[in-house]
Write a protein that binds this ligand. Structure first.
Ligand code: IVH
Length: 672
């Protein structure tokens, strides 16, 4: 059965209205913004193609829904409109072409601003005093939230400076910065209060509190991005207008920039997109506004949006899809992790078909079942996560829903599973007798930051374990050429190569070796700290818990894991087998905190000409520096070679100093 355009339009209108009630009125969105945008665009296209289908109450002609009755209603003297979206560079160019053609211009200047993901508000100043604040509501009338907006710390109650218009309506966005949001949710969890899904919902919920004393405790922040009704003089350019607002004490975006031409707009978009994760607040795109007010006036408006501005949206970080099933993966410590199998979707710039479900508690918290429509989030390089279940998806698939059953036995070896007191994780008790655990142990042992055994990939590890050739990591060094050549898809050449790289990896460093052992909670940094503290493996393994706890980063839990590892007879055997097989490392000599770079934290990124990244890190550490894999506010310096991407951008965003290889070599020359 096919649907007619009329039926499709009616269905879309109904859907969009319900979604927008949930979003604007209940502060509880039930679909990701990307789905909302897609449906809105589909309806716009249908109405454009079949003008007879247009209705006066179509959501394409409105923004959001009517305000709640519990706040007084405020009529906006000028409607608070929305923005059209551009989802690609092409669509942005089209916008530019339309605007320049209409004005008969060949070039145009645009003011570029991040599109803040919060709540739009209008604030009125009369004779420089704040008299009214309202939400956007349906664009025509909103809610009187004056009492609440008064509590926002960075909203001036009185403007300062000269030539302030007698009546000035400032428009902008109220947000909650990400860090403050995390703290707010952590506190809410601690006292058993409701946590918010994301900073925008938290901002909306806080702004629409009937009790403004609650609002006053929420970390809301305002940024002005335009003006409404003005009685008085303002400059003839958008950027200069915002600057004036800034001079009068209103907060404006420090990322705002005016550029000429569409290529420069695209460059600005790329630069902010690269910084997105490092910004202190959520943004969902860039707004480009024609900078000249005279040009803006000539261009005017269409239905619900100005012709002089456009929002170029970032790829959505949250989209909806279906949970097709759940696999259970066994890690090297026996931890059994549920992994969601998803109907593949494009999110955060890549196609995602798996997401972690963490553990049984998380499944319970989400209330998710197989067959549900869920929201999946992928931001930056973070592993995709399931954020929530879409209620409507759940209702539609009642008959197909299936409860997620956590396995009672290890899905790989069939051993019993257990859950430690106070731990969320379920583990297989099989140890090295569990092939899945053994394979994961070997993968970790051979990985780049551990013994870095080139050519020992996942497939080969599976074969070696399944064929019984390897039962401990020490067995790797006892493999012979014939044994390897007997494996499927292993020629003589590959066997020889693997034997060579095994031989190369035998000479390693103590930090790498400690890390390679895969002791629970002992990551790269802890392994390094342990090596620098104890200097020998023997001293590390002999150290009692209280001595271990004296090392940087080592608390009672890590100390307990190290002790458990050291006391296990089987581990002792594997260690002596590894030594007997010739695994060795040069003596560690630099004690913690020594050297001219002591106290500094470095991140090495990009490709270096004269040396590998690992070696560069080693040289820095030999001078007393700490090295880290990700950039944070603790980073002192980033050594960036060509091709450095997100880490460099993040460092720029945080104002961390960045040097290139030549500068670095010159520095070593002096220090080494
Ligand atoms: S200008 C007539 N600038 O995006 C143009 N809007 O979908 C008015 N927004 O309702 C909007 N950051 O809540 C503008 N720098 C910015 C913005 C911004 C976020 C929001 C605003 C608006 C919505 C439009």
């Amino acid at each position: 059965m096919t649907t007619s355009p009329a039926e499709e339009a009616a269905a879309l209108r109904d859907q969009l209205s319900r979604w927008s009630v949930a979003y604007f009125e209940l502060d509880a969105p039930i679909v990701p913004d990307a789905d909302y945008d897609a449906s809105m665009r589909r309806l716009e296209a249908l109405e454009a193609e079949h003008p007879a289908l247009q209705t006066p109450d179509s959501p394409t002609r409105r923004v959001g829904s009517a305000p709640l009755s519990s706040f007084d209603s405020v009529d906006h003297r000028l409607p608070m409109l929305s923005l059209d979206n551009a989802f690609s560079a092409e669509e942005l160019k089209d916008f530019h072409r339309r605007a320049t053609e209409r004005l008969g211009l060949t070039e145009m200047s645009y003011c570029c601003e991040p599109k803040l993901d919060g709540v739009a508000v209008s604030i009125v100043y009369e004779q420089g005093k704040m008299t009214l604040a309202a939400t956007r509501g349906d664009g025509t009338s909103g809610e009187n939230v004056t009492a609440n907006v008064r509590t926002i710390k960075n909203v001036p109650l009185t403007l300062v400076g000269d030539a302030i218009p007698s009546y000035l309506e400032v428009r902008g966005e109220v947000v909650i910065p990400r860090e403050a949001f995390e703290r707010m949710n952590a506190r809410a969890t601690a006292v058993g209060e409701k946590v918010f899904v994301n900073p925008r919902n938290a901002a909306a919920g806080s702004l629409r509190q009937l009790d403004s004393s609650i609002t006053s405790k929420r970390p809301l922040a305002f940024t002005a991005y335009s003006v409404g009704v003005v009685e008085g003089e303002l400059p003839p350019f958008h950027d200069a207008t915002l600057q004036r607002l800034g001079e009068w004490g209103l907060p404006i975006s420090k990322y705002m920039e005016t550029v000429t031409g569409i290529a420069a707009c695209e460059t600005y978009y790329e630069a902010i997109a690269a910084k997105r994760e490092a910004l202190p607040f959520d943004i969902d795109g860039i707004v480009f506004k024609v900078n000249g007010i005279a040009e803006q006036e000539k261009l005017g408006f269409v239905s619900r949006a100005p012709r002089w501005a456009i929002a170029r949206k970032f790829p959505a970080q949250e989209v909806s899809t279906r949970l097709l099933g759940v696999d259970f993966q066994v890690g090297r410590t026996g931890a059994i992790t549920p992994v969601a199998r998803l109907d593949p979707v494009f999110v955060g710039g890549v196609t995602v078909s798996n997401a972690t479900l963490h553990n049984a508690d998380e499944i319970e918290r989400l209330g998710v079942q197989i067959g549900d429509t869920i929201i999946v989030r992928r931001a930056g390089d973070v592993i995709p996560q399931i954020v929530s279940v879409v209620e409507s998806g759940r209702a539609n698939s009642v008959t197909e829903r299936k409860v997620i059953q956590f396995p009672a036995h290890c899905p790989d070896c069939g051993s019993d599973v257990f859950r430690e007191e106070g731990e969320a994780v379920v583990r297989c008790v099989g140890g090295m007798a569990c092939a899945a655990q053994l394979k994961a142990v070997i993968r970790h042992f051979a990985s780049r930051k551990a013994l870095d055994i080139e050519g020992l990939g996942d497939k080969l590890i599976d074969q070696l374990v399944d064929d019984g050739l390897v039962t401990t990591v020490a067995d790797l060094f006892r493999l012979g050429k014939e044994q390897l050549a007997s494996l499927e898809r292993m020629g003589e050449r590959s066997s020889e190569n693997l034997l060579t790289s095994l031989a190369n990896s035998q000479v390693t460093t103590l930090p790498r070796f400690i890390y390679a052992l895969g002791i629970r909670e002992v990551g790269e940094a802890t392994a390094r700290a342990l090596a620098q503290h104890f200097l020998t493996l023997e001293d590390l393994l002999a150290a009692p818990a209280d001595v271990l706890e004296g090392v940087d980063d080592v608390g009672p839990v890590v100390a307990r894991h190290i002790r458990a590892f050291a006391c296990d007879e089987r581990n002792r055997q594997v260690l002596s087998d590894l030594m007997a097989a010739g695994v060795n490392w040069p003596a560690v000599s630099v004690a913690d905190g020594d050297g001219p770079l002591a106290g500094t934290v470095w991140v090495v990124t990009g490709k270096l000409e004269t040396t590998g990244r690992d070696d560069a890190e080693q040289r820095l550490r030999a001078l007393g520096a700490k090295t880290a894999s990700s950039v944070s506010s603790k980073t002192s310096t980033v050594l960036a070679g060509p091709g450095a991407g997100s880490k460099r951008k993040k460092a720029e965003g945080l104002g961390v100093s960045i040097i290139d290889e030549a500068e670095w070599l010159a520095m070593l020359e002096e220090l080494e």
